[in-house]
Design a protein around this ligand. Structure first.
Ligand code: SAM
Length: 319
């Protein structure tokens, strides 16, 4: 069955998974879905076939990608899951059969058995998962059968400059998050070396597809893609997150993250009304009172006295 023969979601759901200014939302939804199916197949091994495969589209939204596999789904088992209730309710009402859908929580696990999948597709999903990235990667590793494949998009060289407004330098970027740490508005960036290093602890990297380059060397504004084959290793969250102490790129990546977080927090602070000096002191006093008191700590009392004295005798301002 052709993807175009299936019902179309309402505009609010099909634009929720991506839009481009000026583009017709339906055309973009169908065209982008078809392109992402093409990318998925390009990333799979040359001898790949879909017959009988157990597939999950993790973070499927309004099934933009999944619907492109309507014919294959009749000869395999194709799941879609998402945290968004409205999308999953629509998907279940309109696209089952041939697909199966369930809603998942913001934290793992998913309601599927261990080693029950051959392929997981995650387009524009790890691009929004900050704090919980290692929990989710661990969960996808659990779900994949021996040799199972994960294909994910990531925000790399093609998106960095447009959103971060800085030159992309592979060796100075690890994993950086802007716009909050979790949720649909977070932007989660990854460099290729970092994914190979950290995600590579549970998977063999089959390939990475960076954005195409223009003749002037600039990267096309598009996601990058990675395909990984699961390795039968005992994996843990700590192991995925472990920093390689001797790798200068780890330090440089953390420095970049810190600098961007500082930039973002000062931009946010600048938008807030600045509290008065008296209010700042009141907040500090309240914070000190909340500190756990260990037997006879002198520092809390002396700090409190000094702060109170400051409120009574405001310092002269220097000119
Ligand atoms: C930009 S949309 C992409 C949807 C779909 N993969 C596609 O390419 O059309 C990102 C989707 O990821 C979902 N998502 C984000 N975090 C998730 C999580 N932890 N588990 C499942 N879905 C998640 C969002 O609700 C949203 O539908």
């Amino acid at each position: 069955m052709a993807a175009t023969a299936l019902p179309l979601p309402p505009t609010s759901l099909l634009t929720r998974v991506g839009t481009v200014e000026g583009a017709d939302p339906v055309e973009f939804y169908l065209g982008e879905g078809a392109r992402l199916r093409g990318v998925t197949e390009e990333m799979l091994p040359a001898d790949w076939h879909w017959d009988g495969k157990r597939v999950l589209d993790f973070g499927c939204g309004a099934a933009r990608v999944l619907r492109q596999f309507a014919t294959e789904a009749e000869r395999g088992v194709f799941w879609g899951c998402d945290i968004d209730t409205e999308s999953i309710v629509w998907d279940q009402a309109n696209l089952t059969p041939p697909f199966h859908f369930f809603q998942n929580a913001i934290t793992p696990p998913l309601s599927l058995s261990s080693q029950s999948l051959d392929v997981i597709i995650a387009m524009s999903v790890f691009t929004h998962i900050g704090e919980l990235w290692s929990d989710w990667l661990l969960e996808l590793h659990r779900l994949l059968d021996d040799g199972g494949i994960l294909i994910a998009s990531f925000l790399g060289a093609g998106i960095w400059e447009g959103l971060v407004l800085e030159e992309y330098r592979e060796d100075e970027i690890g994993m950086s998050v802007l716009h909050g740490w979790e949720g649909p508005d977070a932007w989660v960036f990854h460099s290729e070396w970092w994914l190979r290093e950290h995600w590579g602890r549970g998977f063999d990297v089959i390939g990475v597809k960076p954005p195409p380059r223009a003749p002037d060397g600039s990267a096309q504004v598009t996601h990058s893609y990675i395909a990984l084959r699961t390795r039968p290793v005992q994996l843990s969250k700590a192991e995925l997150e472990r920093i390689v102490p001797g790798d200068a790129r780890e330090v440089a990546g953390l420095q970049t993250s810190l600098r961007l977080a500082q930039r973002e927090s000062s931009e946010l602070a600048a938008r807030l009304p600045s509290p008065s000096r008296r209010e700042l002191v009141r907040r500090r006093l309240a914070a000190i009172k909340r500190l756990p008191r260990r037997g006879g700590s002198l520092s809390t009392a002396s700090l409190t006295r000094r702060l109170r004295a400051r409120v009574r005798r405001p310092r002269r301002t220097r000119t």
